[in-house]
Ligand binder design. Structure first.
Ligand SMILES: Cc1cc2nc3c(=O)[nH]c(=O)nc-3n(C[C@H](O)[C@H](O)[C@H](O)COP(=O)(O)OP(=O)(O)OC[C@H]3O[C@@H](n4cnc5c(N)ncnc54)[C@H](O)[C@@H]3O)c2cc1C
Length: 303
């Protein structure tokens, strides 16, 4: 790949980035996508709630999306972005943004940030091996698979409490587990009214099982016999780039704030997908990606 100048650079090869690429490249613009599609949250997922597709693997969606974007002329480069420099007002060549990846430097007139979120890990034995076999990081995505079963949700913030309430409509019994709870007392009352079993002041030592989860072991040696463990420690966005660029975050300081055209407060920078906040779902990511792609194309045409 020798080209270094683009109209639009998209950070992230997940569904938001792919949809943004498809819509902007079809406008005849030079579009580069930086990022790794196997690092998308979707890669390991099985999707059954996306309109007009009955059941499809995340990997299949991402591979097809890349081919589709390439067919419209978008270029993929499998590296992460390490740094973005805003246009130098003294540079009369109108060079735009400078984007530095792991090994290269690029110039672009507009940027779309679609970097998704990192799901925080618990870091205990069993978590990695049993991921997808009863361990999940997404109540909204996987809760339905645990209908009528006894499950635990680990986390002390409001995201975990909300997840527990959601699961209480599906599972036969829900345990909410944390060292410390950090949400409004009213929410705790709601949890109790929903018959959620609260385990406060406990730390998880291990998730056990073989072909599937069969338990959650605490540091004090007690064990819960559960078939599902949801880890909801809060979603953390890729915020350091945003902070460096002066991009406005939302009130939670975890997500990028945009308007309805997916514009951030920095002219020429757009954002879409999980990085813009919940619901962390593919349908929202592609919707926002479409809008961001079209908005960025309009911006470049006027620039
Ligand atoms: C286990 C699991 C199951 C799920 N199931 C469902 C489901 O059933 N239905 C549903 O709708 N949703 C589901 N989701 C959620 C769905 O995957 C996300 O909402 C969706 O992938 C968000 O798309 P995105 O493009 O915003 O971010 P992502 O898909 O996470 O993509 C982020 C991209 O950004 C790249 N990136 C990160 N940092 C940088 C950087 N510095 N520079 C360049 N690139 C960078 C990554 O490499 C990646 O390519 C599930 C998620 C998980 C984890």
């Amino acid at each position: 790949m020798t080209e270094t100048n683009y109209d639009i650079i998209i950070l992230g090869a997940g569904p938001a980035g792919l949809q943004a690429a498809i819509h902007s490249a079809r406008k005849g613009l030079k579009v580069l996508i930086l990022g790794k599609n196997d690092k998308s949250s979707l890669w390991w997922a099985h999707i059954e709630n996306f309109c007009c597709t009955l059941e499809i693997s995340g990997e299949q969606i991402l591979r097809t999306g890349q081919q589709q974007a390439e067919s419209f002329g978008a270029v993929f480069f499998n590296e992460d972005v390490l740094k973005i420099k805003t246009p130098d007002l003294m540079d009369l060549s109108g060079g735009g943004f400078t984007v530095t990846s792991e090994t290269k430097e690029f110039k672009t007139k507009a940027i779309i940030i679609c970097t998704g979120t990192t799901r925080n890990k618990l870091g205990v034995p069993g978590e990695k091996d049993l991921f997808g076999k009863g361990v999940s990081y997404c109540v909204e995505c996987d809760g339905n698979f645990f209908r009528g079963e006894e499950v635990a949700i680990v986390g002390g913030e409001s995201a975990a409490a909300g997840g527990a309430l959601h699961l209480s409509h599906l599972a036969s019994k829900v345990h909410l587990v944390s060292n410390e709870f950090n949400f409004a007392p009213e929410l705790m009352e709601k949890l109790k009214a929903a018959d959620i079993i609260i385990h406060e002041g406990v730390e998880v030592d291990e998730i056990t099982g073989g072909s599937g989860v069969d338990g959650l072991v605490f540091k004090d040696g007690n064990k819960l016999d559960v078939t599902g463990v949801f880890i909801e420690l809060g979603a953390k966005g890729v915020m350091s780039l945003a902070a460096e660029l002066g991009i406005q975050l939302d009130e939670s300081m975890k997500f990028i704030e945009t308007d309805k055209q997916q514009r951030t407060n920095v002219p020429g920078i757009f954002a879409a997908g999980d990085i813009c906040g919940p619901p962390l779902q593919m349908a929202k990511a592609v919707g926002e990606g479409c809008v961001a792609g079209l908005s960025a194309a309009k911006y470049v045409r006027k620039a």
